[in-house]
Every structure is written in structure tokens, then in C-alpha cells.
Write a protein that binds this ligand. Structure first.
Ligand code: ZN
Length: 179
């Protein structure tokens, strides 16, 4: 009997994130502007950026606060997951969306959570820490839905940055928001 919180290997790069890349900080700043203060831990979005944020929206399995496009996209994703994978829908948990802070791996750059365009997901008792080359089975089952909606899966980050619980609106999706 396999559980959704079992750890399994991360799939090869050619099956995930097809046509999608991680969103660069320079692109995020150019299209969406500065989200707030570059703090080590979560801080509130700046007054200007806060206008782009939707707060406390129920997207199905949980409530989130994030960029309005990201929140709408999560609603669509989880509607589909509810139909097709009800066990995943009913047990998935979030480690958070909006959190204005620097990257753990690079304190001089903003994490994409700063704009509320990234989400961390897990099953069971705890998250899979960054740097571990494995993913929970439930997150593996979710990645195609996120890829189909223009979210990049952090399982493809290289080396110590690998982050299988993390999804973010891809570079390509952010560029479309700017059009
Ligand atoms: Zn994350």
C-alpha cells in the first residue's frame, strides 16, 4: 500500500517542466515590481504590491494569499485535481504561498514567494526539505497539473537548490502577464 507522503525519486528532467523555466528575479521585478522589503523571514508586501494580492482565498483544499493570477490558477488546478484525484485533493497541505523574504540559498535575491506566485505543498507530517533529491508521491502526482497551468516545478532546481515541494509561476507565464 503506497502512501501519498512516501518519498520517491525525482523524475528525469525531460518529463517535467516542458517549455517552462524558473522565473528569474529580474523578470519578476520588471513585470511585477518590488514586492516589499528583502527580509530574512516573511514580511508584509509593500503598499503598492499589496494591491495585486488576493488574501485568504479558498482554493479547494486550503486557503491561500497570493498574486491574483496565481490564486485564480490554483483554483482551476484544484478543481481538476478534485475530479481526477480525490485522495490527493483531500490530503494535500500547503507550506505557504505569499511570504516576502530572501531566498534561503541566496540572501541577496527575493524568493518567488515574495510575489505570492509560488506555493509549497506536502502530504502527511512534514515538508521535504530543500536539497533532498526526492519527492513525495502526492507531489509527483500533482506536478503535471501545475505544469499544464504554467507553473514550474522546483524539483528541477540543481544541486542544493532542488526543492520538490515548490512550484512557481514559470518565467514564460510571468512574461505573458506583462503583455
Ligand atoms: Zn517554495
Amino acid at each position: 500500500m503506497s502512501n501519498l507522503n512516501d518519498l520517491i525519486p525525482i523524475p528525469s528532467k525531460d518529463v517535467m517542466n516542458r517549455g517552462l523555466s524558473a522565473a528569474k528575479e529580474s523578470t519578476m521585478l520588471r513585470i511585477l515590481g518590488k514586492p516589499g522589503v528583502l527580509s530574512k523571514d516573511c514580511s508584509n508586501p509593500g503598499r503598492t504590491y499589496a494591491k495585486l494580492v488576493k488574501y485568504g482565498v479558498d482554493v479547494g483544499p486550503f486557503k491561500v494569499s497570493g498574486h491574483s493570477y496565481a490564486v485564480e490558477s490554483l483554483l482551476l488546478i484544484f478543481q481538476q485535481v478534485k475530479q481526477e484525484q480525490p485522495d490527493v485533493f483531500s490530503t494535500v497541505k500547503t507550506g505557504g504561498v505569499l511570504c516576502v523574504r530572501s531566498r534561503r540559498s541566496n540572501p541577496s535575491r527575493f524568493s518567488n514567494h515574495s510575489w505570492g506566485t509560488a506555493i509549497d505543498l506536502y502530504f502527511g507530517g512534514g515538508v521535504v526539505r530543500q536539497g533532498l533529491n526526492q519527492t513525495q508521491r502526492g507531489v509527483y502526482q500533482l506536478f503535471p497539473y501545475f505544469n499544464n497551468h504554467g507553473w514550474y516545478w522546483g524539483a528541477e532546481f540543481s544541486g542544493d537548490s532542488v526543492d520538490s515541494m515548490h512550484f512557481e509561476l514559470a518565467e514564460e507565464t510571468i512574461l505573458k502577464l506583462g503583455q
